[in-house]
Write a protein that binds this ligand. Structure first.
Ligand code: ATP
Ligand code: MG
Length: 509
């Protein structure tokens, strides 16, 4: 595997050099021989499967964890950060996979927290603080009230605030761990514009992502990690995505969208006239057994809200939802589950996972609920069930009894998927089923969905990944501003036809 390093003019000394880094958590070896070099004026991608050790490596750089072995050098000098404050002082700003703002503080307070001596908060000049915050946000081209509590912001805006914080620090090194996982296309563009200008001003950028189109658009260099170790580092223009993927997974990948043709059966889900003030209006559709129906549209079009109303997490003002001909009461997930409906929610950290419970308990949570009507799921059966589903999704963890909180971001997602797949649903609703999941497992999730449909399960999928929609759906319902703007058959659905409906430009065309 050709590892070309330090070619061209940027062969100067790196700002950051991590060498031979190792880190264990109990029995789990998160890092064994990690290596990374970041250069001024360059965006560097770090890619690898879920659990490869990417987040752990940057937490070491951020001073959050101490390495067991290896060296961290800044400007050629070895450092041993005792905490995140020291890393910050060295000019390293990190935007973590999980947004880390204080919800109760305002945007401006979040931007300047930590750089104000403790205890003096009530005494600082708020007007001046808000002015400086507004100036920072303006540099990012965003309109955000600095006096607003951060807790009410969208994920995208929270990320922008974190980036503004990095700029306020005059960071020389900006690290972003999957910053785009919750962003729409426009927001990603805005973020990339900011990152490019920071990079061109001489900052070193590290970008972690499972989206290769973004990696290619932003980065000049790319490092692949596998099983906690360095595999390769190349100039982006000297390597193909296929090569990167092969190095990540250590084998050839099968088809990304292994869609099976299924003759749809009886109608399982019927939604009629579903409305909720300010959210959605007069939404109606059906999903038949064996069918995969996708809800497409821009972020904010109301897709997640519709599936949440169907499942009963959100109430509905008007409209009916029927499963197998039986009407579901509004606002009762319990009734939906009893009717055989499963929902894999979009925000899995908040809605899908009990972080303190073990991997095993999480994976069998729904199943146990359903089985408790007939009897107990014995310890052995629970273990077998959890082991089977987590293995089918190539979930990486130490022991089944480890708390879910210790899993990598992508592996937490897989546990949530396992939990609902194990429940053997009649109607499976998946909201962004492959967000944060690595490329090899994405293909695996698609294969599972396809198999479930072939077994007669009705599947309703919300996805912002157009290729996933086009690759997997039998029918595509495109939402715009809370309504269904149009329906496309598998044959009619193309990137163009979906986007036209999603943006409302088909009316003009
Ligand atoms: N605090 C912790 N305690 C125990 N194990 C941990 C802890 N943090 C990480 N691990 C383990 O270390 C390994 C690497 O995790 P890490 O979060 O670095 O992966 P990642 O490459 O960022 O994956 P993803 O793409 O899913 O975010 C995983 O097996 C994970 O379970
Ligand atoms: Mg991670």
């Amino acid at each position: 595997m050709g590892a070309t390093e330090q070619t061209g003019p940027e062969a100067a000394r790196p700002i950051v050099a991590l060498t031979g880094v190792a880190k264990r958590f109990g029995a789990v070896r998160a890092l064994s021989d990690a290596r990374l070099e970041l250069h001024a004026g360059e965006a560097h991608a770090l890619v690898g499967e879920n659990g490869a050790g990417k987040s752990t490596l940057i937490k070491i750089l951020a001073g959050l964890y101490r390495p067991d072995a290896g060296s961290v050098e800044i400007d050629g000098r070895p450092v041993a950060f005792a905490g995140t404050a020291e890393a910050k002082a060295a000019g390293i700003a990190v935007i973590y996979q999980e947004p880390a703002l204080f919800g109760d503080l305002t945007v401006a307070e979040n931007l300047f927290v930590g750089r104000q001596p403790k205890g003096r908060f009530g005494l600082i000049d708020r007007a001046e603080m808000n002015r400086r915050a507004a100036a920072l946000l303006e540099r990012l081209g965003v309109r955000l009230d600095p006096d607003r509590p951060a807790g009410g912001l969208s994920i995208a805006d929270q990320q922008i605030v974190e980036i503004a914080g990095a700029i306020a620090l005059d960071a020389r090194v900006l690290v972003m761990d999957e910053p785009t996982a919750a962003l729409s296309g426009v927001e990603v563009e805005r973020l990339f514009g900011v990152v490019r200008s920071l990079r061109d001003d001489g900052a070193a950028v590290l970008f972690i992502s499972h989206r290769f189109d973004e990696v290619e658009a932003l980065c000049q260099r790319v490092t692949v990690m596998r099983d906690g170790a360095h595999v390769s580092t190349d100039r982006m223009d000297e390597v193909t995505v296929e090569q990167l993927v092969r190095r990540m997974v250590g084998r050839e990948l099968g088809a990304m969208f292994p869609k099976r043709e299924v003759e749809p059966g009886e109608t399982v889900l019927e939604v009629e006239g579903l409305s909720r003030a300010g959210i959605c209006r007069d939404v109606g559709f059906t999903v038949r057994a064996g069918e995969i129906v996708a809800l497409a549209g821009l972020v904010g079009a109301g897709r997640s809200e519709v599936v949440q109303a169907v499942f009963g997490i959100e109430p509905r003002d008007t409209g009916t939802v029927r499963v197998d001909g039986r009407t579901l009461p509004s606002g009762s997930p319990r009734a939906a589950m009893r009717a055989g409906v499963a929902l894999v929610p979009e925000d899995r950290r908040l809605q899908g996972l009990l972080l303190d419970l073990s991997v095993m308990r999480n994976a069998t949570l729904v199943r146990r609920g359903r089985l408790s009507r007939f009897g107990f799921l014995t310890g052995g059966a629970e273990r077998r069930e959890a082991a089977e589903w987590t293995a089918r999704l190539s979930t990486k963890y130490g022991r089944l009894t480890d708390p879910a909180a210790t899993l990598s971001g992508g592996n937490q997602q897989k546990v949530v998927l396992a939990k609902w797949l194990a429940a053997n649903p009649r109607l499976l609703i998946v909201d962004e089923p492959t967000r944060g999941i690595d490329v090899a497992t994405k293909a695996e999730v698609h294969r599972l969905l396809s198999e479930l449909a072939a077994d007669g399960v009705a599947i309703l999928m919300v996805s912002s990944e157009l290729l996933e929609v086009l690759g997997m759906a039998d029918r595509v319902l495109v939402m715009r501003e809370g309504r269904i703007a149009g329906e496309l058959s598998r044959a009619e659905a193309t990137e163009e036809s979906v986007m036209l409906l999603a943006t409302g430009q088909e009316a003009a065309a």
